[in-house]
Each structure stands twice: as C-alpha cells, then as structure tokens.
Design a protein around this ligand. Sequence first.
Ligand code: ZN
Length: 244
Amino acid sequence: MKGANTDALLRAQCAAATRLMVMENLLDYSGHVSARASGRDAFYIQPAMQPRTDVTPGSMLTIDFDGNVIEGDQRPPVEIAIHREIYKVRPDVHAIVHSHMELAIWFTMMEGVQLLPMRARAIRWQSGIPMDDDPSHIKTTQQGAKLARALGPHHACLMRAHGSVLTAESLPALLVDAVHFDENARAQMQVLQAGRTPLPLTPGELEQIDKHEMRDFHCEKLWKYYVGKGAAARALPGEWDVGA
Ligand SMILES: [Zn+2]
C-alpha cells in the first residue's frame, strides 16, 4: 500500500471506507467509521447529519479523547463515546466501525444461539465475539466504557438489539473485516434457516487456517478491489488518493 499514514490519507480512507461500506450494505443512514489520528489522542469521524454516501476527506471532524471537536465545525455523531472509549484502552486499534448490520443484530435476539466462526475468514474472531447487553444508544462516557470492557481484547462486539462494533489496525483492514463479518453471519443464518445444525470451525481447523493466514496481503488485495469497484460505480471520486 503506497503512502505513509498521513492525516490526509487517513481522512481520505475514512471517507472511502464509509462510502464503500454503504455500497456493500454494511452501513446505512446511521453508523460511522473512525480512524485514530497519528501521534495524538484524537480520531477522525464524519459529521452526524452528513449522508454516508456524501462524506469527503474534508468533511471529517477531528475529535479529542474528551469528546471535543478540535477540527471542523459540524456536530459529531451522537454515539462518539463508542469510538473514544475504545481508542483510549486499545492502543492496537486504529480504525473502528459501528454499524447496525441487520445480520449481526439478529444474533443478539435468538435464544441459545451464538455467532460462531463458520467461514475461513472468521479466523479474525477466533478469540470470541462478545456482546454488550445495553440495548440503548451509546450516549455517555460510562456506556462507551462499558462497551469497551465488553469488547475486551477481541476484534468485534455485538450490541444487544442495536448493532455491532468492529476494530482493526487500519481502515483497509476494517473494510475487509466488515465484509467477512457479514459473510460469516450470513453463512450461519443460512444454515439455521435451512433447519440444520451449524458446524462451526473447530479449534483444530482454526489453527490450520491460522498457519496459512496472510492478512496484510489479503487486506491490500481486497482494498484495491473495493476501491476500484467503488470508482466504477461512481461511489468514490476517482481522484481521491486512498492508498490503493
Ligand atoms: Zn448505533
């Protein structure tokens, strides 16, 4: 991937990842993608009222870890505590998406059913997919901190009757994770809808997949694919430099 993680690149990737997730039905009228700003306690996120199809690198707000808007003059999303509280306690996390993916939500509403690693790419969530039991919007620091505790060291957390949070090391990796998270949930749902018992990947199978995992290569390949698809569909302006 060309280019260092400059603030300009992060803003462009944040806007691009948002638009591409809308294109792939992973985000809709609500939900948001954020990126940790380099070298400071702050992150980029879109304004609350801007349609997810219209975000641009220039429209991204910069928010500090107290929740203040330090760059930009628009109102931030109501649920920024989700992003703020996770970045505070997870230095390994550089990108977050909170979405209301329907498939993910269904797995918070079925008695005795847990979202499991079904497809090979679900190796990403082999440590587990916990759930925060708070079904309301995350408006306070306390709620955000509780969600961050529920997430713990994992890379995904379901939110009861509300949505999900995914975390990654970069925005391209976050998009790829969102694609595979949805694929995995769909696979399990289709098995359930067929009236059959899901056969999730076993610990031995996960270990075997892990041995051959090439995450950086895979993320770079898929980022290039989705950026190209987005440009062809005119969801992304071709002139944005998003490091693809
Ligand atoms: Zn929400």
